[in-house]
Write a protein that binds this ligand. Structure first.
Ligand code: 0GY
Length: 290
């Protein structure tokens, strides 16, 4: 583990918010354990192990039923820890993989059978070396045939450059963490309006209203991030997902408490209908096909 790496919270609070039956944590990770699933040589950080058992324990503790587990950059393009967690969880989890352009059809099929339903394209420079857009487009074409979709991770300053690429993608596209807005600028700022227009103009683009802990300047309980997430939930109720982001890699300011994170939900999705769409109907449609 890196010397400045903050391990996940040892005893999060029980949330006051009661999630609807069948709620999905649609953005979380498993890390290692390194002795079984070593971290990738090309990784940019070395985390604390965060194995599947701990993730499933947290799921139950928060009152959720299912997980969408996202391959993180510290495991590179080796999805073994992800696939192992998916096989253990069965119908209770689906996955988002990171793949090389050289992956074989058989390898894709194995991941499909394990529950992988998407690939992630990461553009965050502190996390990965850059991949040419043509390579991503080639992968996109192949995974589209499996009925998979694409998750993209980028930061707000990169949005304008990426827009033409995002519009070319042939599948549903899910943008991580609201495109990482600068929350000091406000919801009405042209930067966030540009992100909102991207969803307005492209019906295939969704977003995760996740990660207040990364976007906040004020700190918990993340009041400065709530208006951004609420705006998206109310405007695009059928194209939003929520996730804990456990175990929160690369946090520097504080160790997030998942109970506090879950208690943000009723502030961003203030009605039972919006909560049902955000936590159950949308992720079930996208990842379980129902
Ligand atoms: C997240 C965010 C981060 C890390 C990764 O793949 C990753 O390593 O996604 C981050 O550092 O912002 O979604 O987990």
């Amino acid at each position: 583990m890196d010397p400045d790496y903050l391990p996940f919270h040892p005893n999060p609070a029980k949330p006051t918010f009661v999630a609807p039956v069948g709620a999905v944590d649609a953005h979380c990770h498993v890390f290692g354990p390194a002795k079984t699933f070593p971290y990738a040589p090309e990784r940019k950080y070395t985390p604390c192990d965060a194995p599947k058992e701990k993730l499933f324990e947290l799921r139950d503790y928060l009152g959720f039923e299912r997980n969408v587990i996202v391959q993180a950059s510290c495991h590179g393009r080796n999805n073994d820890a992800l696939v192992d967690a998916l096989v253990t969880a069965g119908e209770l989890a689906r996955g988002v993989a990171v793949v090389s352009p050289n992956i074989t059809d058989e390898e894709l099929n194995v991941m499909d059978r394990a529950g992988v339903r998407a690939v992630r394209f990461n553009f965050v420079k502190r996390l990965v070396d850059s991949t040419p857009k043509e390579v991503f487009l080639g992968i996109a074409e192949r995974i589209a045939k499996l009925g998979w979709h694409i998750v993209v991770y980028f930061e707000a300053p990169d949005l304008e450059d990426l827009k033409p690429f995002l519009k070319q993608l042939p599948t549903t596209v899910v943008v991580d963490h609201m495109g990482r807005p600068d929350v000091t600028k406000g919801v009405d700022h042209p930067d966030f309006q540009s992100f909102t227009s991207l969803l307005e103009e492209n019906q295939n683009i969704w977003t995760k209203v996740s990660c207040p802990e990364r976007l906040t300047v004020a700190g918990p309980p993340y009041k400065d991030v709530i208006p951004f997430a609420r705006h998206l939930v109310q405007r695009f109720p059928d194209r939003v997902l929520w996730g804990t982001d456990w175990p929160h890699p690369n946090m520097k300011s504080h160790v997030p408490d998942e109970g506090v994170l879950a208690d943000v939900i009723p502030h961003i999705a203030p009605t039972a209908e919006l909560q049902q769409a955000l936590l159950v109907d949308n992720p079930m449609r996208l990842y379980w096909g129902s």
